[in-house]
Write a protein that binds this ligand. Structure first.
Ligand code: GLV
Ligand code: MN
Ligand code: MN
Length: 436
C-alpha cells in the first residue's frame, strides 16, 4: 500500500493524513455565498425549489466544482448528481457522502449546502494532502430533500434506496400549479425518455458507507461549546395532508348556525395537533401545521374549502403513530361536529427512524479525536437524506454548530471555523473508511 499511496515509511496512513489536511474555509464560504445567489427571494433569504431555473443554475455550479475537483460526474433520471474520485481498487464498494442544495422558501444558505460544497472541499483537501483512496470516494447532491414542490421529502434519496411505490406515484404526481413531476423533471433536463424511474434505484450495499455533514439545526453544540456532533439516530418524520369542505357562502348573509365553515374546521384541527402532541408527555414529540390554505380566500366569503399540511415527528415511532391516529380521530370528529366534509386525510409519509452504523460512528469519533476536536453523540431531530441512505448502506452523520440553532430561516449561519472542522472530520472519516 505504501508504494501506491506514497505514505512515509512507518507512519500510519491516518495520522499522516490528519497532519497534512488543510481545509480552505475561505473558498468554501465564498462558494456558499455564491450558491446562495441562485435564489428566488432576496438575500439574506434563500429559496431554491426543485427543477426551477435557479435550481438548474445551482446544479450547474455544483457540477462545475465537481469537475474542477477532478471528479467524474454523472446524473440519474431525477437529477441526483454523483461526483466520483476513483480509488486504486475501483471494484470495491465506494465510500459516499453528500447532502442537498434545494432550499425551502425564505430559508438560509447552509442547510444541506455545507454537506455538498463541504464534501467537495473535503475531497480537495484529501487530494492536496497526497492521499490516494483505495475505495472510491463519491459525493452525492441529492434531488429535493425538501418537500416544497411535490410534497415529498428526500425524493432523490428515497428513490436511490429503492422507493418502488414512490417511483410509481411520481408518474401521476403534480405540483400546486398542476405541472406534473415528469414534465418538471424534463424541463430541468432529466427523465428524458423515461417514465420509469427504477433506473435510479441502487442495490443494498452499493456503498461501503455513507456519511453526511450537516449543520445541527439545533442549539446544543453551540451552547455546550462542542465542535462536532456525531449522530446516533435520526427521528421518525411523518406528514399528512387534510382537506375539509363546506358550503361556503356570503360572510354577511349566512347566519352562524347555518354555516359549516371549512376554515374553522382547519383551525380547530391545527389546535388539536398541538394538543395531541403535548399529550404525548414527551419533549421529543413535535407537530407543526406549516400550510393552511383557505378557498376562495376572500374576506367576505365563508371558506368552502381548507387544506392543511401537518408535520409530526418523534424519536419514538410508536408514540408518533399514536399522535397520527389521534389527529385522524379529531379530523373525523371536527368534520362531524361542524357538518363539514373531511374530503381527504392522506398520510404522505410515515417513516421509521434510522440508526447510524457503529462502524461509521467509530470512524467519525476516531477522526474527531485525531483532529483534537471535542465531540458529542446526539440524535438528529431533523430528517436528512441519510434517513434513506441508511436503508441501503451503513450510515453516519457529522453535525457542526450553527448560530443559536437557527435553521429554515434567513438567519441560519455557521462559522468558517466550524465548517472547517466539519470538513476535516468528514475528509478523515472518508479516508479511514476508504482504506478498509
Ligand atoms: C428537513 O429539512 C427537515 O424538515 O427536517
Ligand atoms: Mn431543510
Ligand atoms: Mn438539510
Amino acid at each position: 500500500m505504501q508504494d501506491f499511496s506514497g505514505y512515509p515509511i512507518d507512519e500510519p496512513p491516518h495520522s499522516f493524513i490528519s497532519n497534512s489536511l488543510s481545509v480552505d474555509a475561505q473558498t468554501l464560504q465564498k462558494q456558499i455565498d455564491e450558491l446562495s445567489t441562485f435564489s428566488d427571494t432576496p438575500a439574506p433569504s434563500v429559496t431554491r425549489i426543485l427543477y426551477s431555473d435557479k435550481d438548474v443554475l445551482a446544479r450547474r455550479y455544483i457540477k462545475n466544482l465537481m469537475g474542477l475537483a477532478g471528479l467524474s460526474v454523472r446524473e440519474d433520471a431525477v437529477g441526483n448528481i454523483f461526483g466520483r474520485w476513483e480509488g486504486y481498487e475501483p471494484e470495491l464498494a465506494a465510500v459516499a457522502t453528500g447532502s442537498h442544495i434545494d432550499a425551502i422558501p425564505y430559508s438560509g444558505k447552509y442547510d444541506g449546502v455545507v454537506g455538498v460544497l463541504g464534501a467537495i472541499e473535503a475531497i480537495n483537501a484529501l487530494k492536496r494532502s497526497g492521499f490516494k483512496p483505495k475505495r472510491s470516494l463519491e459525493i452525492i447532491s441529492f434531488t429535493s430533500e425538501e418537500p416544497t414542490r411535490f410534497g415529498i421529502s428526500c425524493l432523490g434519496s428515497r428513490l436511490l434506496a429503492g422507493g418502488e411505490e414512490l417511483a410509481k406515484a411520481l408518474k401521476t404526481t403534480a405540483d400546486g400549479q398542476n405541472m406534473s413531476f415528469l414534465d418538471a423533471a424534463r424541463y430541468a433536463g432529466y427523465a428524458k425518455d423515461q417514465d420509469d424511474l427504477s433506473s435510479v434505484f441502487l442495490k443494498k450495499d452499493h456503498y461501503f458507507g455513507f456519511i453526511e455533514l450537516h449543520i445541527e439545526q439545533g442549539p446544543i453544540l453551540e451552547e455546550e461549546g462542542v465542535s462536532i456532533g456525531i449522530v446516533t439516530a435520526i427521528a421518525a418524520p411523518a406528514s399528512i395532508k387534510v382537506d375539509f369542505e363546506g358550503n361556503g357562502g356570503h360572510a354577511g348573509a349566512v347566519l352562524m348556525p347555518n354555516r359549516n365553515d371549512a376554515g374553522l374546521a382547519a383551525a380547530e384541527l391545527a389546535l388539536a395537533v398541538e394538543k395531541h402532541v403535548l399529550e404525548s408527555g414527551s419533549i421529543d414529540t413535535v407537530g407543526t401545521v406549516g400550510i393552511l390554505e383557505l378557498h376562495p380566500g376572500a374576506i367576505n366569503s365563508i371558506p368552502s374549502k381548507s387544506h392543511l399540511e401537518i408535520d409530526t415527528r418523534d424519536i419514538d415511532e410508536k408514540r408518533r403513530n399514536v399522535v397520527i391516529e389521534k389527529i385522524h380521530e379529531s379530523a373525523i370528529a371536527i368534520a362531524r361536529k361542524r357538518k363539514a366534509i373531511l374530503s381527504e386525510f392522506k398520510i404522505i409519509n410515515q417513516d421509521p427512524p434510522a440508526l447510524s452504523e457503529k462502524s461509521i460512528i467509530e470512524a467519525i469519533e476516531a477522526a474527531s479525536k485525531e483532529l483534537n476536536l471535542t465531540h458529542k453523540f446526539m440524535i438528529s431531530r431533523a430528517y436528512h437524506d441519510s434517513l434513506f441512505m441508511a436503508r441501503i448502506s451503513p450510515m453516519g452523520m457529522i453535525f457542526i454548530p450553527c448560530y443559536k440553532g437557527y435553521s429554515h430561516r434567513p438567519e441560519e449561519y455557521a462559522s468558517t471555523q466550524d465548517m472547517a472542522n466539519g470538513v476535516k472530520v468528514l475528509a478523515l472519516t472518508m479516508a479511514k473508511l476508504s482504506l478498509q
